[in-house]
Design a binder for this molecule. Structure first.
Ligand code: NAP
Length: 248
């Protein structure tokens, strides 16, 4: 049996993060949960304890408040006796219409998904590298691969994040840091509630299993559900004049 990982998970209170926390605790990994709502964190902790190892603790961490990142990761490090894996599923979505109407909301989405996620990863990266490396797994999106009409601003936030994560992988893999960029397609969670689901929409539990496998395998990029890899290969190849015409 593999040595259990010591994992910090930011975003475990809902959706794919919650599914991941269940999958990881069920196989005996040690978890420390970060999020912005104490009650929700306690619920996830109790939820994990039903089918697997109970997370060793949780702490507040809000991606809108970078002043708390260092302390949150410090608390996780202490409780886990030194973490070796950091996972970030937390992220924010709003429709293109809402973001075009409300520049303050647009600034929040860009800040949470790009600037502050990068700042959080910088704290995590330094701590991991100081002990010889480890795994950093961050949820970006297929939305970051092309400029597309329905997701101009959200897509830009994820494009920036994907670019940063690719750079980290190139710079630090030889030093022992394995950076995994997760690129989900459409997945049924609270984030996509009310949106029209395209073909190949996925479920959080399936994505969680795919991601855990990719972390263990030391992959740099994973698409989930799997069909989104070939779909995005086609979309990446479409000329701009076609992208201007289509509505997706
Ligand atoms: N669902 C999809 O189709 C899809 C597709 C592509 C990419 N993604 C990306 O995949 C990731 C997970 O998405 P999901 O569908 O599982 O979303 P979700 O169910 O809405 O969960 C989002 C998580 O992010 C947390 N979060 C939001 N803002 C935060 C903040 N300021 N500080 C800390 N935590 C915050 C939420 O915490 P609270 O519980 O406190 O709200 C929640 O735990 C996101 O990064 C998303 O952009 C999703």
């Amino acid at each position: 049996m593999k040595t259990p990982r010591k994992i910090v998970l930011l975003g475990a209170t809902k959706g794919m993060g919650r599914a991941l926390s269940r999958v990881l605790s069920a196989r005996g990994d040690l978890l420390f949960l970060l999020g912005r709502d104490e009650e929700d964190l306690a619920k996830t902790q109790a939820d994990c304890a039903v089918t697997g190892s109970e997370p060793v603790g949780f702490a507040l961490c809000d991606l809108e408040d970078p002043t708390g990142f260092d302390a949150a990761l410090g608390a996780a490090d202490l409780a886990l006796g030194g973490f070796d894996t950091v996972i970030v599923t937390a992220g924010m979505f709003a429709t293109q219409d809402a973001l075009e109407r409300d520049p303050v909301l647009a600034a929040r989405v860009l800040t949470v998904n790009f600037t502050n996620t990068v700042v959080f990863c910088e704290f995590a990266r330094k701590m991991l590298l100081a002990r010889g490396g480890g795994a950093l797994c961050v949820f970006s999106s297929v939305a970051g691969e092309r400029g597309r009409k329905p997701i101009v601003i959200y897509g830009a936030s994820k494009a920036g994040l994907s670019q940063y994560l690719e750079g980290l992988d190139h710079k630090f893999r030889a030093s022992g840091l394995r950076v995994l960029t997760v690129k989900p397609g459409f997945v049924h969670t609270g984030m996509t509630e009310g949106l029209k689901a395209p073909p190949f929409a996925g479920e959080p539990e399936d994505v969680a299993r795919t991601v855990v496998h990719a972390i263990d395998a030391g992959k740099a990029v994973v698409y989930a559900p799997m069909p989104w890899a070939p779909i995005m290969a086609v979309i990446r190849a479409l000329p701009r004049f076609v992208m201007r015409k289509v509505g997706f």
